[in-house]
Design a protein around this ligand. Structure first.
Ligand code: 5GP
Length: 122
């Protein structure tokens, strides 16, 4: 799938749509999800134009990959989630029900998060 520069996270990266920013560095932006599924629900995205984890792990530089995962850990610590626990999730493609075609890692925390996967395919 080619990258769609009009996807909602591309617009957030360009500042065309506001977000509640949590973290920003050279390679990464993180912000609160607009429809949180847990008391803490943060989206961590690379600034580069990658559609999903498949694209990112094939085409991103080692620096971009390291920055994204370092950011996930540091954000989880900074919001106090590291001690009580948190979940990260990245939907990749149709079977995973990915809605926004710009790679994002969800960080969920702040309550017991229950079973890992829903039993239905929704
Ligand atoms: P996906 O299903 O692609 O893994 O997750 C997309 C996520 O993006 C959803 O949790 C949805 O609530 C979030 N989202 C969609 N549009 C916006 C937006 O304009 N701003 C923010 N902050 N989150 C959004």
């Amino acid at each position: 799938m080619s990258y769609d520069p009009d996807n909602i996270f591309a617009k957030i990266l360009r500042g065309e749509i506001p977000c509640k920013k949590v973290h920003e560095d050279d390679h990464v932006l993180a912000f609160h999800d607009i429809n949180p599924q847990a008391p803490t629900h943060i989206l961590v995205i690379p600034k580069g134009a990658y559609t999903d984890m498949d694209d990112f792990t094939q085409n991103a530089s080692d620096g971009e990959i390291a920055s994204l995962f370092r950011a996930v850990g540091s954000i989880a610590r900074s919001v106090g989630a590291a001690e009580s626990g948190y979940r990260i999730l990245s939907n990749c493609g149709a079977n995973a029900h990915q809605e926004v075609p710009h790679l994002h890692i969800h960080v969920f925390a702040g309550r017991r998060l229950g079973a890992m996967l829903a039993k239905t395919d929704g």
